[in-house]
Design a binder for this molecule. Sequence first.
Ligand SMILES: Cc1ncc(C[n+]2csc(CCOP(=O)(O)OP(=O)(O)O)c2C)c(N)n1
Ligand SMILES: [Mg+2]
Length: 349
Amino acid sequence: MRDRARCEGSAASRKPNRERPAEPKPYAASKEELLDFYKQMLLIRRFEERAGQLYGLGLIGGFCHLYIGQEAVAVGLQSAMKVGRDSVITGYRDHGHMLAYGIDPKVIMAELTGRAAGISKGKGGSMHMFSVEHGFYGGHGIVGAQVSLGTGLAFKHQYAGDGGTCLAYFGDGAANQGQVYESFNMAKLWDLPVIYAIENNKYAMGTSVDRSASEPDFYKRGESFRIPGIQVDGMDVLAVRGAAEEAMAWTQAGKGPIILELLTYRYRGHSMSDPAKYRTREEVQDFREHRDPIDHAARELEKLGVGQDELKAIDKQIKDIVVEAAKFAEEAPEPEASELYTDVLVESY
Ligand SMILES: Cc1ncc(C[n+]2csc(CCOP(=O)(O)OP(=O)(O)O)c2C)c(N)n1
Ligand SMILES: [Mg+2]
């Protein structure tokens, strides 16, 4: 009851809040921390490359949306979250977020190949991965749904007084959905602890931001709800982590929701079946050559005295992890036929 009173009270006694978060600084990572970020980004990159190959071989069926190019976003943000306290929710481009949250690559790959050992028992596939244990609430195929659901998770954190923050990721395309703004209104009305992370990768399937967004600065999208926003270089893991620190401090201080717009880019097609006619090869090449988040972290590591040999050894170590995950996923048994009748909701209406 006390918590309910707090929710209702905060709505009734609202005063206009025009406070802005401080301008975030790049995170001052130690060499060990930066090495860890580098390894995590590389793991996502190599894992996704392998998933693409397995898809080509017919070992992965259905949809498969790769995260290559966007690695710094998930790694920078997830590194500021606390497993067991916070919650995370995202859309269908979800493998990278799971890896960045420390979930075993084997069970993610086994889910992709539809095996019983997969994180959703092989019945969810690429878009429907879930781990309550890690506070990872999916994996959603309905564009924008994770924003309302994530707002609900934040309500739970506030209601239970558990000190958690919900990190709800969504894309530039999803940001044009109506339910996003209903969620924003409620989240600010009740000052819910939620970080809305808008991954602006410039495209929603084949539709560019330029063609579809009347306000292309997504960090401003909360203005009319008094939700502050910060625009972040999503290709720089230290900038992302710095912004994550600021956003976390904001929600943890009870100041309510906050938006982070991460400027990023996906190198591959929207899904595995995308002819990519809506952008030029040169555009993709330019990002790969000049803005790559992993190369960026490698350059930062070199400044800290990490040599080429060490980076090569890391690459080998990560490749081995991915090879092992793929082997596990190819050899693991498929679900029993009886699994067709479990985890199915049957109700009469
Ligand atoms: C409600 C709904 N409308 C449309 C679709 C089809 N759809 C799937 S992904 C997508 C584009 C979303 O783009 P964005 O939010 O920018 O995310 P990104 O794919 O770039 O990560 C669309 C329109 C859907 N899955 N759900
Ligand atoms: Mg997009």
